[in-house]
Design a protein around this ligand. Structure first.
Ligand SMILES: N[C@@H](CCC(=O)N[C@@H](CS)C(=O)NCC(=O)O)C(=O)O
Length: 201
């Protein structure tokens, strides 16, 4: 059984949405961040970082959203959310799975803090390069791998949606259209509805 330690107001939203795309049964362990349940000794045993998301799949415990999505997409290939290990598009796919944590998120933090990390020191270079690299991939569309939707879109698409919502990213048409396509997916709508129900219940 798949178990997600989750709070709808957190990055575990990304994994929750991924689970809906995957179509496998899962259960939720709600984590109250206000009550600091993520810093409780029992929780720190599963993630010493004291952060969510955490995914449990029987014996396996995975932390870090990009690692969780990579794990799920490979372990449950029926959903076709990752190119096969020997497929040529696997290279581009992996680049985007790593781009999220090593370039996209830190560039967004720079933008939101209105700070400049020296580009030669920063693995993400300059936020402008990150934004343009993303635009260049999204303009042909519809997805990062062209016609093929993948876990990379669950990850990067969720990040773009979140950062647009907080006005961290500029409203480039290619970002807005990408998010519209993502939001139109039945799994995205189902994940949002389930979270809304959780929040209102
Ligand atoms: N690098 C982690 C980031 C996880 C993270 O920062 N989670 C936040 C919620 S969005 C959290 O658990 N914050 C609670 C805290 O730090 O006390 C990932 O990608 O999964």
């Amino acid at each position: 059984m798949l178990t997600l330690y989750h709070n709808p107001h957190s990055r575990s939203q990304i994994v929750h949405y991924m689970l809906h795309e995957l179509g496998e049964p899962f259960e939720i362990v709600p984590i109250d961040l206000q009550k600091k349940e993520n810093k409780a000794p029992e929780f720190l045993k599963i993630n010493p970082m004291g952060k969510i998301p955490v995914l449990r799949d029987d014996e396996a415990v995975v932390t870090e959203a990009p690692a969780i999505l990579t794990f799920l997409a490979d372990k449950y290939p029926k959903a076709r959310l990752a190119p096969a290990i020997d497929a040529p598009e696997r290279a581009r796919y992996l680049k985007w799975m790593f781009f999220y944590g090593s370039c996209f998120e830190p560039a967004c933090i720079d933008l939101s803090m209105k700070r400049e990390t020296p580009p030669s020191m920063a693995g993400w270079g300059q936020p402008a390069d990150v934004l343009d690299t993303l635009s260049a991939a999204l303009i042909p569309g519809p997805w990062l791998l062209g016609e093929r939707f993948s876990a990379a879109d669950v990850l990067i698409g969720s990040g773009v949606r979140y950062m647009l919502g907080f006005k961290v990213l500029p409203e480039r048409p290619e970002y807005l259209d990408y998010v519209k396509r993502l939001e139109a997916r039945p799994a995205h709508q189902a994940a949002r509805a389930a979270d809304e129900k959780r929040l209102s219940g």
